[in-house]
Design a protein around this ligand. Structure first.
Ligand code: B16
Ligand code: MG
Length: 216
């Protein structure tokens, strides 16, 4: 096999498509504050922490408020988001993900989650996928948001694999930037016009075989 010894997976947009639920909850919040929020604007929130996303949305709407109110609004958005999360099950795992994760695990490589979400463990339990990961690094453990490499550096350290032997699977340009800042290989999940900076871009995991890693 290639020199890759650990695969680090982002959650939202890579394992499940929760971006649509984040969007619905953010749009509700924006509408309640008196302005609209488009799917296009939602794109720039991918990989960005909850509180930083809220600050960006408030900026877009030209709304300013106290720090206390910002925290309250963030909690309210999360409550709305969790209504969707609570209805998730295995069917929401994106095509080919389970097969690829199983191949990685069977090969002896480490399987790591590197997500900005504070709901990551909850979502992984909900979709019954938590046990496949050797290590989970998420928004409850990090202090800096992507494009800062902290989440991926912590993931590599936790499985004792040097950064250059790690590959990160990411759907967000900020996530690709974060992985590159950590000196890791990158696979963009999505479209190459958005993720062109990644070493490789694939539309998803469907039909993906482990040999693919040798081409990185
Ligand atoms: P939460 P990822 C990120 O997850 C999402 O892409 C981003 O849209 C979200 O704001 C962030 O998690 C925080 O999520 O509100 O659940 O803590 O893509 O890094 O897995
Ligand atoms: Mg993501």
């Amino acid at each position: 096999m290639s020199e890759i010894k650990a695969c680090i997976f982002d959650l939202d947009g890579v394992i499940v498509d929760t971006a649509k639920y984040h969007f619905l909850a953010w749009r509700k919040l924006a509408n309640e504050l008196g302005f609209d929020f488009s799917e296009e604007q939602n794109e720039m929130l991918k990989g960005v922490s909850r509180i930083e996303s809220l600050r960006l949305i408030l900026e877009l709407g030209g709304v300013s408020m106290s720090e206390e109110d910002i925290q309250l609004l963030a909690a309210k958005k999360n409550e709305d988001y969790l209504i969707f999360v609570n209805q998730m099950d295995e069917k929401e795992i994106l095509p080919g993900v389970v097969s690829f994760l199983e191949q990685v695990r069977a090969s002896g490589m480490k399987v790591v989650l590197g997500s900005a979400s504070k709901n990551a463990e909850r979502i992984l339990k909900q979709i019954n996928l938590i046990d496949i990961f050797d290590v989970i690094i998420d928004g409850t453990k990090t202090s800096r948001s992507k494009p800062d490499p902290q989440v991926f550096i912590m993931g590599a350290e936790a499985v004792s694999i040097p950064n250059e032997h790690c590959v990160v699977f990411e759907d967000a340009p900020k996530g690709v930037q974060a992985a590159q800042a950590a000196g890791m290989k990158t696979v963009g999940i999505g479209k190459s016009d958005v993720l062109g900076a990644a070493d490789r871009v694939i539309p998803g995991f469907e039909g993906l075989e482990l040999e693919f890693l040798q081409t990185l």
